[in-house]
Design a protein. Structure first.
Length: 526
């Protein structure tokens, strides 16, 4: 890391533009995507879910994009970059000629202004903690304790953008594939305020731009003719359908009404049939399904209660008899990844769970108040919730009430800490354990259960300043051990597999990958 690390744009770009130079038979085709839920927004500062991420990939492009095969960073608005010194300074070289969909130029100052706006405390972006956690001076700025001049962002000239990090942060550039690092059309935001995301006012810089958005029906994007890499965009339009019912989505796919069924949870009763299909794409996923427990609740704030809830769940039974899609029962929060040893939390132990609950004042569940468990509309989430309900009743003698909610309401309640127990899931934004562990830092925008431990926070922050290697991983492993074994902060359930239905004999440029991220550049109908 002491020498400048220069990224060769040409080689990496070849991966991004799959299909370049081949028969353009797929040009002007339309793709119809089942997208799970009605999106919260298309404003990068106001989104946080997978359905929104799929749309964001069409409408915006950051300094770097995601390789369609392995999700590592490849050139986007930046055609190359290098690290200097100990690796804590990254200099990006922007393409000349990149413009917004209305023709306004995109410069290094665009990124300075956009990132400062995203991290400003008044913007209240859910993911502000991500850039704030790695950019020098940004954490204090995001907390309202320092002004913008202290943040490590600098436009050296129109096409040279310098970012000073808190340390070497080995995963920083891969992290920047996330939409929390998107450029933002500040000129449109200033002109239209919150209405800038309406189709008539919308301005983006991705391969597509927003044409139509009919809530609860469809969202349509069309090819952006001002996109710098438009020659490798072969789709004319993409239509995103918010279908929450997995059986409805599956039937529409079988009848040819949709081209890509994205639902990672297929109808449980149809899963055996789905698995036999040639167009069923299944792959290991960098993602964890877990339960969020509200640490502000007067009962759940007791670590003995939280640990009892964990130890009374037979998660192997869950994946064997309920989900049945190849998921891996998990006691760790962080999935396996190179160089990291995930830390197992409490095991299935009903006797100890009963003992802990009795010590907390609820022998055999007596006197334990009825708890509420919230989940978003989906047959698989419902079956998992019902299984949890049965396990806690059988093993602990406690009752929970299940509440099904539509996506936006569910996210709002979870984010507002207005729940007791809630389902949650996290797909890694980049391949480093910190991406999971940062969810539980005290100031994290996705810390919905409001877990707080100063030692844990310090360890995760320390890891961001360290060089890559075993010593850094040991710091992160210690943090995971504190969260799971000392504090029972969350309830890990299983490691996902990606499950999609798309006919790859008809589509080119779509690849299975561990993050289930599929860029649209290079995607074409054969």
């Amino acid at each position: 890391m002491k020498k400048a690390l220069v990224v060769a744009a040409a080689a990496a770009l070849s991966l991004l533009v799959a299909g370049c130079g081949k028969n353009n038979a797929g040009s002007n085709a339309e793709m119809i995507i089942e997208n799970g839920s009605e999106p919260q927004s298309v404003d990068p500062t106001q989104i946080q879910g997978t359905p929104e991420h799929r749309i964001n990939l069409a409408l915006f492009e950051g300094l770097v994009g995601s390789d369609p095969k392995d999700s590592h960073a490849v050139p986007g608005v930046a055609e190359s970059w290098e690290r200097t010194g100990d690796g804590s300074v990254v200099v990006f070289h922007l393409r000349k000629g990149c413009v917004w969909s209305d023709g306004t130029p995109i410069t290094a100052q665009t990124f300075v202004d956009s990132w400062l706006y995203y991290m400003a405390p008044e913007t209240a972006a859910v993911y502000a903690y991500m850039p704030a956690g790695v950019i020098k001076g940004a954490e204090a700025y995001n907390a309202g304790k320092a002004d913008a001049s202290t943040v490590g962002l600098r436009a050296i000239d129109d096409y040279t953008f310098e970012v000073t990090l808190v340390g070497p942060v080995p995963y920083a550039v891969d992290m920047m594939t996330h939409y929390s690092f998107d450029p933002l059309p500040m000129h449109a935001i200033k002109k239209f305020g919150k209405d800038w995301i309406k189709p008539a006012n919308f301005v983006g810089n991705g391969p597509f731009t927003l044409k139509e958005w009919t809530p609860q029906e469809k969202l349509v994007v069309v090819k952006n003719d001002k996109y710098w890499n438009k020659d490798n965009v072969f789709l004319k339009t993409i239509t995103f359908l918010p279908i929450e019912n997995t059986m409805t989505a599956y039937n529409k796919y079988k009848s040819g009404e949709i081209d890509w069924n994205t639902t990672n949870c297929f109808p449980p009763d149809m899963l055996d049939e789905v698995k036999l299909r040639d167009d069923y794409q299944v792959y290991a996923n960098l993602a964890t399904y877990y339960l969020e427990v509200n640490k502000n609740d007067p009962v759940l704030k007791d670590v003995r209660v939280r640990r009892a809830l964990i130890e009374s769940l037979d998660r192997q039974e869950l994946v064997d008899k309920v989900t049945k899609g190849g998921q891996i029962a998990a006691r760790a929060f962080v999935p396996e990844m190179a160089g990291y040893n995930p830390v197992d939390g409490p095991a299935y132990d009903v006797a100890d769970a009963k003992k802990l609950l009795a010590e907390a004042g609820y022998p055999d569940g007596k006197g334990f108040p009825k708890m509420s468990y919230i989940y978003n509309t989906n047959e698989s989430h419902k079956k998992i919730a019902e299984w949890v309900q049965q396990q806690w009743k059988k093993n602990l003698g406690i009752d929970i009430e299940l509440e099904n909610m539509e996506w936006a309401t569910f996210l709002a309640k979870r984010q507002a800490n207005d729940f007791q127990i809630a389902r949650n899931g996290w797909v890694g934004d980049y391949q480093d354990p910190s991406n999971f562990l940062e969810l539980l830092i005290t100031t994290g925008g996705n810390n919905d259960g409001r877990y707080s431990n100063a030692e844990y926070d310090a360890l995760v922050s320390k890891a961001a300043t360290m060089q890559p290697g075993r010593e850094r991983m040991e710091v992160l492993e210690k943090a995971e051990d504190i969260a799971l074994n000392q504090d029972a902060a969350i309830i890990p359930m299983y490691i996902y597999v990606t499950q999609n239905l798309i006919d790859l004999s008809k589509w080119e440029g779509w690849y299975c990958n561990t993050q289930d991220v599929h860029p649209y550049v290079g995607l074409k109908r054969k």
